[in-house]
Design a protein around this ligand. Structure first.
Ligand SMILES: [Zn+2]
Length: 280
């Protein structure tokens, strides 16, 4: 009996350690910063919540889309040497706004969250935006020769989701409206509404001509990523109550990055089910 208990104890320790290692490795992968010099003025920093930095040709001003979190936020801050900085937060999740306080002089633009919504999603220490855009509102900025459109798509992944379109480059930063090759984060307390999210993806395909698409997470893509994301939600929704369809989809999306309990096929399925029942 004692021996059996010892074995069970060892097994439990093993599962806890293996689980811990798995979570740690996933976190490291999530936070790893990769730099893509898109052109002399524009740099994309993937990892820990993707970021885009555009610097004016004279080096006097920069626009930063999303400030990452923790170590990744510090790596990004180190790269930006410009004094006059405007930050756009695509939405209020910590991996996109976690570095806001590293830029005390910067002006921050984001969607119109109530203070409570903001504080519920991120730590109170994270700076609330200076300028908020209402759903459907657009702000146009000139950074050097580029014309930058900052547009609030309204409720989708969170209560407000803002996209940033670089007109000359035909480059769109979508924030978490697009997860590339990864199951999306669907979070009721952040205001996620999949039915509206699908609508936002459709609207984006019509609104902008997109050559390059920078998603909130995952590799740089193009216009097709909008259709892929929409297809994911529609097909998962269609599979509700149909185990066969679900098995086919699980196979189709088997290479998507998963984080059990947070980003997974079952998580998305359960969320859409509850949304349709009206409990979300
Ligand atoms: Zn998010």
């Amino acid at each position: 009996m004692k021996k059996v208990l010892q074995i069970v104890g060892l097994l439990i320790v093993f599962v806890i350690v293996a689980g811990g290692i798995y979570v740690w490795q996933s976190y490291q992968r999530f936070m790893k910063v990769e730099t893509i010099q898109y052109d002399p003025q524009l740099t994309i920093y993937l990892g820990g919540g993707n970021s885009v930095v555009l610097t004016s040709e004279d080096g006097s001003a920069a626009l930063v889309v999303d400030t990452k979190m923790r170590g990744a936020a510090e790596i990004l801050k180190e790269k930006i040497k410009v004094k006059e900085i405007t930050i756009v937060n695509t939405h209020d999740h910590f991996d996109h706004v976690g570095g806001n306080s590293l830029y005390p002089q910067a002006k921050i633009i984001a969607g119109q969250y109530t203070k409570k919504q903001w504080d519920d999603d991120v730590s109170k220490a994270s700076r609330y935006p200076d300028i908020t855009l209402k759903p459907g509102e657009e702000k146009v900025l000139k950074i050097g020769s580029e014309i930058v459109h900052i547009y609030n798509m309204g409720r989708a992944h969170t209560w407000n989701d803002v996209v940033v379109y670089f007109e000359n480059r035909k480059l769109l930063a979508t924030g978490d409206l697009v997860f590339n090759n990864m199951h999306p984060a669907v979070i009721a307390k952040s205001g996620t509404k999949v039915a509206l999210w699908i609508g936002a993806l459709e609207a984006l395909s019509k609104k902008y001509q997109i050559k390059t698409l920078v998603p909130g997470h995952g590799a740089v893509a193009d216009q097709n990523a909008l259709g892929v994301m929409k297809g994911y939600f529609v097909s998962v929704g269609d599979s509700i109550g149909n185990k066969e369809k679900q098995a086919i989809l699980k196979e189709k999306y088997k290479n998507y990055i998963t984080f059990p309990g947070m980003f997974s096929f079952n998580n998305t399925l359960k969320f859409i089910e509850q949304e349709r029942k009206g409990t979300k």
